[in-house]
Unconditional design. Sequence first.
Length: 82
Amino acid sequence: MPIFTIVDQDTCIACGACGASAPDIFDYDDEGLAFYIADHNQGNTPIDPSLLNDLEDAVEGCPTGSIKLAEEAFNGELDKGQ
């Protein structure tokens, strides 16, 4: 089953933890806020299965819980994630 991710940039504190744990998944905008690289934080592109361990590390390391996961595409909407 595919896993999708998106970052809630309203709660992201630009700490850099996700990029350190998962540099192939997350990057930062000009304000330092994290975003999902594959689709510019729309949550429509499933995570490559080879990156799932890094994703898990990033989710566990996020101090604000800003990284959301779902089994269906977010389509840019945060309310689908957990």
